[in-house]
Write a protein of this length. Structure first.
Length: 201
């Protein structure tokens, strides 16, 4: 769930285009095995890491495999858990990198000012002055806050901090958001555009 100015979760699932209605939401990722008894470490994208087990069974990105999660304890920022049917370290390690999803219907409605990352992907973005910037291609969090990847394509995209000051308007019903860019936000993009213009024909 994304809340401007604060920690944001859960992340979008790498999709590059919005769907009319998001059927599933990514709530975590298996980071690896823990110990030799089949426990796994989960990077949870829920407000409380233990909540990942409260929405019912989770499934992988393809929706083929399902797992029932039994939380065991926290290990720093990750949840150590048992997955039903995973009994040893080899089986646990084989799941490294698997993203975990739950049906959207199992999740509570976001509070005012909060958004599920999947809902932001695909929104059309423009500045408050009306300059069209493209669409939200993905939502990222590299540890320093939530960033929106915005552009016509990944190659030309820019990263925009998802804060109330910079993104003052998010209108899910209209499928759009507005950006009030601080000085320098588009500097890299503008330099690239200038470099392209200066190339010999």
């Amino acid at each position: 769930m994304a809340e401007r100015d604060d920690t944001v979760r859960p992340p979008a699932s790498g999709q590059r285009a919005a769907t009319p209605a998001v059927a599933r939401v990514c709530v975590g990722r298996i980071a690896g095995a823990q110990g030799v008894r089949g426990e796994v470490r989960i990077a949870c994208y829920t407000g409380d890491p233990y909540d990942i087990a409260s929405y019912g069974p989770v499934s992988d990105e393809q929706g083929i495999r399902q797992f029932k999660i039994r939380p065991v304890r926290m290990a720093k920022t990750q949840l150590v858990a048992r997955l039903e049917g995973v009994e040893d370290r080899n089986a646990a390690e084989a799941l490294r990198g698997v993203t975990l999803y739950v049906p959207r219907s199992a999740l509570p409605e976001p509070e005012e000012g909060e958004f599920y990352w999947e809902d932001l992907v695909g929104l059309q973005a423009a500045t408050i002055d009306g300059e069209q910037l493209g669409a939200v291609l993905s939502v990222q969090d590299f540890g320093a806050g939530t960033m929106l990847e915005i552009g016509e394509s990944p190659r030309s995209a820019i990263l925009v901090p998802f804060t109330r000051d910079i993104v003052p308007l998010v209108d899910l019903d209209a499928g759009r958001l507005e950006i009030d860019p601080p000085a320098g936000l588009f500097a890299a993009r503008d330099e690239d555009d200038l470099s392209e213009e200066e190339k010999p024909q």
